[in-house]
Write a protein that binds this ligand. Structure first.
Ligand SMILES: [Zn+2]
Length: 181
């Protein structure tokens, strides 16, 4: 993303990795090189997220096992939040636990009620290495928890419980995109 430009405008849309791809089920590695390749990755991630009409995207969803996510996500007050975080750490999660509909670009077309805290704080860095803190409430807090989970190798389906989980599993089995061994 160049200064003053629209995020993703110069990016390349990359193929999305899908549920079952090993890169989604392993913890991503710390970013140590804050050079131009990282800027390109962030730019490509915005382009990919917008092309897929998502509200957040983690780097392992485009096959890069690195701790980076991007977001363009509303909260429950319809305030829009746009940004990226490198080497994020979920430093606070609190508030009431809300079960709400959650989906993921790596499980296209599916959604399931998932429990998340109503408030989350993420600390990390920008692509140029500046420290950044992101506060989220409501749906945006859900997004921050979802993206931090991705970088630990956890997909939201693994947070769904009971009949909701069983229904989601059946839907995954039937999905046209499902990876078959
Ligand atoms: Zn996701």
């Amino acid at each position: 993303m160049r200064h003053g430009s629209i995020p993703g405008a110069h990016g390349r849309v990359r193929p999305l990795t899908l549920y079952g791809d090993p890169v989604l089920h392993a913890a991503a590695g710390e970013v140590t090189d804050f050079g131009p390749e990282l800027a390109t990755l962030v730019e490509d991630m915005f382009a990919t997220m917008y092309a897929a009409q998502g509200v957040g995207l983690a780097a392992n969803q485009v096959g890069e096992p690195l701790r980076v996510f991007v977001y363009d996500c509303p909260d429950d007050e319809d305030v829009r939040h746009v940004g990226h975080v490198v080497n994020p750490r979920l430093v606070e999660v609190d508030g009431v636990v809300v079960r709400g509909p959650e989906g993921c670009l790596s499980l296209p077309g599916l959604e399931a009620g998932t429990e998340r805290h109503d408030h989350a704080v993420v600390e990390g860095f920008t692509m140029t290495g500046e420290p950044v803190t992101v506060h989220g409430t409501g749906f945006f807090a859900r997004c921050l928890q979802h993206e931090c989970d991705h970088l630990e190798g956890t997909v939201y389906a693994e947070r769904v419980t009971g009949w909701r989980y069983r229904r989601l599993r059946r839907q995954v089995e039937k999905a046209s995109w499902r990876r078959r061994p």
